[in-house]
Ligand binder design. Structure first.
Ligand code: ATP
Ligand code: LTN
Length: 338
């Protein structure tokens, strides 16, 4: 066995819906880049998760390749890690079906994300894919015998379901799957909206001032922070009664690496206006090099396609091996090709 295979297996991904934002970066991408040396990393683009809500086909295909560019711009390195697209590996959907047969319907209906997303679509069409979203996520993870799954805090419940399904499968069919652990890292695992700091920063926010995108220029970032909602007080302190200020402190901690208590001391007595400018400047310095790399990478679509082609070959080989064992254990017909 070579060294590469003995390191813990890490797998994670993002949905290629337009606009990667500061929440995605601080809650996810930033820490992914930092674990590539010690772990065996698989980073994928969750395009099949993206179609749980309606997508324009042309836009989706463009967003997939833009997402590859964003991964690289945020420091993922295709020489250290494998970068691939979920829909190119049929085993994700196949294993999801097998897992769905042992997934308790009630547990899926109780998932916070399902309840949130389906209530936002109340009165409209809600596809069953939204309910099965976490089962597909479990399949993504178990197909590669993953040990660690870096995600933001909002994904913890999905990881619990994955662990339950892995244990249940192993209990019924015999030991196959590792029981994966969530890896929730970084100073800032939950970035909130700049306009409504009690809900998370999201690309689908209707208020364009709520979300900082990695493609935003310096002026846009400054403008959004200057109009960030705070409270009527003056104290720079992290507390649940001051969600706006707490969010700004969290963001500054995420981009600077300094602890909240250090930041509270350093900015004591400063007015909110000045503090917002300081946070904006720190975010501008963090986002600028990423934005510049992103712009350059997006111009070379041939290179980006070659990255996912190399990643696909490695992912396919690993997925085939796991899926052959799954078929054996479940009693499904063996594939002549695997
Ligand atoms: P949407 O904006 O539509 O809610 P999203 O931004 O959550 O979608 P995902 O692809 O679902 O997009 O999330 C990608 C990763 O980014 C996940 O690991 C998630 O936990 C993390 N993440 C997303 N939003 C935030 C946030 N506001 N703060 C911290 N992490 C976040
Ligand atoms: N739901 C995830 C994206 C995702 C994922 C995964 C993350 C789909 N499959 C498997 C980690 C492992 C999200 O971050 N919103």
């Amino acid at each position: 066995m070579d060294m590469q295979k003995r390191r813990p297996i890490v797998l994670t991904g993002l949905q290629p819906t337009s606009g990667i934002h500061l929440g995605n970066y601080l809650g996810a991408l930033q820490s992914w880049a930092n674990i590539q040396d010690e772990t065996d990393c698989l980073f994928f683009i969750a395009d099949m998760h993206a179609i749980t809500i309606p997508q324009d086909p042309g836009e989706l295909r463009k967003n997939i390749i833009d997402c590859v560019a964003a991964y690289l711009a945020c420091g993922l390195d295709s020489k250290k890690s494998h970068i691939f697209v979920q829909s190119q590996i049929a085993g994700h959907a196949e294993l999801a079906w097998i897992l769905s047969c042992i997934a308790p319907l009630g547990q899926l209906e109780r998932m916070t994300q399902f309840k949130d997303k389906s209530s936002r679509q109340a009165g409209e069409f809600i596809g069953a894919g939204l309910l099965y979203y976490p089962v597909l996520m479990a399949a993504d993870i178990l197909l590669y015998n993953t040990h660690l799954v870096p995600v933001g805090e909002d994904q913890r419940q999905h990881l619990e379901l994955t662990r339950d399904l892995a244990e249940k499968f192993n209990g019924i069919h015999g030991p196959l799957f590792n029981i994966p652990e969530p890896l929730i890292q970084g100073n800032c695992t939950r970035v909130m909206s700049l306009q409504n700091p009690t809900s998370k920063m999201s690309k689908s926010d209707h208020n364009s001032l709520a979300t900082i995108f990695l493609s935003d220029d310096d002026d846009q970032i400054m403008k959004k922070f200057r109009s960030a909602v705070t409270d009527s007080g003056t104290e720079i302190r992290a507390s649940d009664e001051k969600p706006g200020v707490q969010n700004l402190l969290n963001i500054l901690s995420g981009v600077s690496g300094m602890s909240i208590s250090e930041l509270e001391v350093n900015h004591a007595g400063m007015g909110y206006g000045k503090f917002k400018t300081i946070v904006a400047e720190a975010v501008i310095e963090c986002v600028r090099p990423i934005r510049e790399r992103l712009e350059t990478l997006k111009k070379d679509s041939q290179y980006l396609h070659s990255i996912v082609e190399t990643g696909r070959a490695e992912a396919q080989a690993r997925a085939n091996a796991t899926f052959a064992s799954v078929c054996d254990l479940v009693g499904l017909a063996r594939r002549p090709s695997i």
